[in-house]
Design a protein around this ligand. Structure first.
Ligand code: NAD
Length: 459
């Protein structure tokens, strides 16, 4: 059987499962969430090893940002699932009385989840936790650029989860193209905007709704009135976790000129503290995913004023935490999403200048501000449009399942995490139940002046 045929066959099998209603019950969803939890706990070592192989992730990083993240997501989902599945009662207007109205979440059907390589397990399975909780069947397509994680998920998932309701299709753009031919009930895509447009175009053929979790250049503004040392520490953590290959990593810094020198010194000290004097050999520091990305990121340093780092280990695909000072706005490092361990620092004369800079550019996935001034914090919240805004820290909003995660404008559409993920993979079906007890003649023909008068009063 050709790959395309086998994909179509898998899709039909999942559709049939969905039609049988098996995935709709609370008991099935709960059992599958338990099984996924077991998959993660019983295979923690193998999962961390795969992440080390794909991206040189340390065990701690692999656990906190992938396996542990997923376990807490599952825990939160299991805790609230019964409540989320309940219909929510709404009021019924007088014209529809006697009657009851409610909103009943229902699963969409068979969905496609296309994962990205930078957090290959988290970004494939976290959307699945939401899809599963909402009662859907799913095909997962992990990224081919993280092959060890992809292969491991393809091996483990059939061992733990209901094979009639989930399937993993490994591969790259050809397999993705075959999948995109099919009339899925939802497509959840994580990755760059170029492919995001391909996904959306393919989805349009079947009027399939899409969630696009994209990226962009997330700015980080440093006000002179801030705790500079803590700010530097948090920025270093956020930027150089996973060697900068994080969609919500601060992409570039906008720093008030009066504190640039001090902030640079603190950044350097912090890099040293977190990754040692030789970050290229630090067991806590990851590597770039492949040669193509390594060359792309190294290119960002060329003809720039490298003030911190700059060292590379070509054979190991490692680039030290690097800061470039005041690059030209038209240079690639300020035109493209960096998605790697190079950080441009642009000096600004005021935070107002920084806000103006950010607002002139496409809406980012995350916007960061370090400031102790309430008015500046409020200005950031009110004026900067971004998927998420975080004040006095970076990336930590990801740890709160009560907050939706997703972009706006060029950084994506749709959201997930916690209840937001459940809602993304559910249709909010409106239901009205009427009684036969009373049937006012007012809406039925023949019409009359009196009926029109009453209708005007009632509606
Ligand atoms: P990518 O867009 O190249 O690939 C992502 C997925 O798309 C992979 O599974 C890949 O196989 C598939 N794909 C590749 N070509 C395709 C095609 N022609 N048709 C259909 N599918 C195809 O990944 P990338 O661009 O290297 O990922 C990095 C980007 O993803 C960055 O912009 C980053 O900010 C973004 N990202 C966003 C999030 C988020 O949660 N918002 C998370 C991680 C990464």
């Amino acid at each position: 059987m050709s790959q395309t045929h086998s994909i179509a066959h898998t899709f039909e099998r999942l559709q049939q499962t969905f039609q049988l209603g098996k995935t709709r019950t609370y008991a099935w969803r709960k059992a599958q969430l338990d099984a996924l939890q077991r998959l993660l706990t019983e295979n923690e070592k193998a999962l961390c090893e795969a992440l080390a192989e794909d991206l040189g992730k340390s065990q701690t990083e692999a656990w906190t940002t992938e396996v542990g993240f997923l376990l807490s997501d599952i825990k939160h989902t299991k805790k609230h699932l019964k409540q989320w599945m309940k219909p929510s009662r709404v009021s019924t207007p007088i014209v529809a009385q006697p009657g009851r109205s409610f909103i009943q979440p229902e699963p969409l059907g068979t969905v496609l989840i296309i994962g990205a390589w930078n957090y290959p397990i988290q970004l494939t399975l976290a959307p699945y936790v939401a899809a599963l909780a909402a009662g859907n069947c799913a095909i997962l397509k992990p990224s081919e650029l993280s092959p060890a994680s992809s292969a491991l998920m393809a091996t483990l998932i059939p061992r733990y989860l209901d094979g009639d309701a989930i399937s993993v299709v490994e591969g790259g753009k050809d397999e993705a193209a075959s999948l995109l031919e099919l009339p899925f009930d939802h497509i959840f895509y994580t990755g760059g905007d170029r492919v995001g447009k391909i996904v959306m175009q393919a989805a349009a053929k079947h009027l399939t709704p899409v969630t696009l979790e994209l990226g962009g250049k997330s700015p980080c503004i440093i006000d002179s009135d801030t705790d500079l040392a803590t700010s530097a520490r948090r920025v270093v953590w956020g930027k150089w976790t996973n060697a900068g290959q994080t969609c919500i990593a601060p992409d570039y810094l906008l720093v008030e000129r009066s504190v640039t020198k001090e902030f640079l010194t603190l950044l350097e000290q912090e890099i040293n503290r977190q990754y040692g004097a030789q970050p290229l050999t630090s067991p806590d520091y990851g590597r770039v995913v492949n040669r193509t990305h390594f060359d792309r990121i190294r290119g960002y340093m060329q003809q720039q004023d490298v003030v911190i780092g700059g060292q590379v280990d070509e054979a190991a695909l490692r680039i030290a935490p690097t800061v470039v000072l005041n690059p030209d706005i038209d240079s690639p490092v300020m035109q493209e999403e960096i998605f790697g361990p190079v950080m441009p620092l642009l000096e600004v004369s005021s935070v107002q200048e920084a806000f103006d800079f950010v607002k002139r550019r496409p809406k980012p996935l995350a916007g960061y501000l370090f400031s102790q001034r309430q008015s500046v914090q409020q200005q950031m919240i009110d004026e900067v449009s971004a998927g998420s805004v975080c004040i006095n820290d970076v990336m930590m909003f990801m740890a709160n399942p009560e907050l939706p995660f997703g972009g706006t404008g060029y950084s994506g559409m749709g959201r997930y995490h916690g209840k937001f993920g459940f809602d993304t993979f559910s249709h909010q079906k409106s239901v009205m139940k009427r009684s036969f007890w009373f049937d006012a003649a007012i809406r039925y023909a023949p019409s009359s002046a009196r009926k029109r008068y009453l209708l005007k009063k009632l509606l």
